[in-house]
Design a protein around this ligand. Structure first.
Ligand code: ATP
Length: 248
């Protein structure tokens, strides 16, 4: 469970997150969506402690993350672009990560994705020589490796071939069935339609809405998530235009 309270973040004059407050419970797959530059990755990075908010608080399993790092062991993170030391081989990266986690690593590693993606056959390849998609596979396999209760996946299927994308979605679904909290940012609506239980929509750094997928579909009468979101957005815009008009 993650709770964010009144998160604000600016980079110079640009305010990227505005009073973001949300509760993200275990057992949900929350799609974090919004236009390019709306603050999705920045929000995710505040949860991971990579970006420190200017104000507001974040709690993981009820405990504030301020000035702590140990909570990170509960989160598996797949970045939008994995940047790894180029000379390191895949095997060395996995060994290094396992070594770093030694004290709080689980008894058995989750190597489902290592097997599904056939990564073992590439273990001796230096990371700098890998294709973009293969690097994505390494990032995905690492995110799931320590069986964390929370997964944060930034554009997980971008750059993956169709089969690998399906394998990753099947894995996400299995971990959802295991009761994990999974946050996904993606612009691929069909993927989110298959996976998400909830939608957190950010625009200009503010939460426009945070609803369950079922409610969004019921309220709009739309069966497809993309259409349900578009309809919800047009209602939100219409109501904000109306309130602007009333002010005038
Ligand atoms: N470290 C930084 N320094 C300055 N500006 C930043 C930094 N990180 C992000 N920004 C700016 O903050 C805004 C939000 O960026 P962010 O990456 O969070 O958006 P996003 O919603 O994830 O976008 P996309 O859909 O394109 O991935 C952008 O205008 C971006 O240029």
């Amino acid at each position: 469970m993650i709770r964010a309270e009144n998160i604000n973040k600016s980079f110079g004059k640009l305010q990227v997150l505005r009073n973001v407050s949300v509760s993200l419970p275990q057992g949900r797959v929350v799609a974090v969506i919004g236009p390019n530059g709306s603050g999705k990755t920045t929000f995710i990075k505040t949860l991971l402690g990579i970006v420190v908010p200017d104000s507001g608080s974040i709690y993981v399993e009820g405990q504030s993350i301020a000035n702590r790092h140990d909570y990170r062991a509960q989160i598996g993170y797949m970045p939008q672009i994995g940047r790894y030391p180029t000379h390191l081989k895949i095997k060395q990266l996995f060994d290094m990560m396992t070594d770093l986690r030694k004290e709080n690593a689980p008894k058995s590693l989750d190597e489902d994705l290592v097997a599904a993606f056939g990564l073992r056959a590439m273990f001796e390849k230096p990371l700098g020589t890998l294709s973009g998609g293969t690097k994505q596979k390494v990032s995905a396999a690492l995110a799931f490796l320590f069986n964390p209760p929370i997964l944060i996946l930034d554009e997980p299927t971008a750059g993956l071939d169709p089969l690998s994308s399906e394998l990753l979605k099947e894995k996400i679904q299995r971990e959802h069935d295991n009761g994990k909290l999974i946050l996904i940012t993606s612009h691929v609506m069909s993927d989110l339609d298959e996976l998400a239980t909830d939608v957190l929509y950010l625009q200009d750094g503010s939460v426009q809405f945070y609803n369950s997928v079922n409610d969004l579909k019921l309220e709009t009468g739309e069966q497809k998530l993309g259409r349900a979101i578009a309809k919800t957005m047009s209602k939100t815009e219409a109501s904000s235009n109306l309130s602007e008009a009333i002010k005038i």
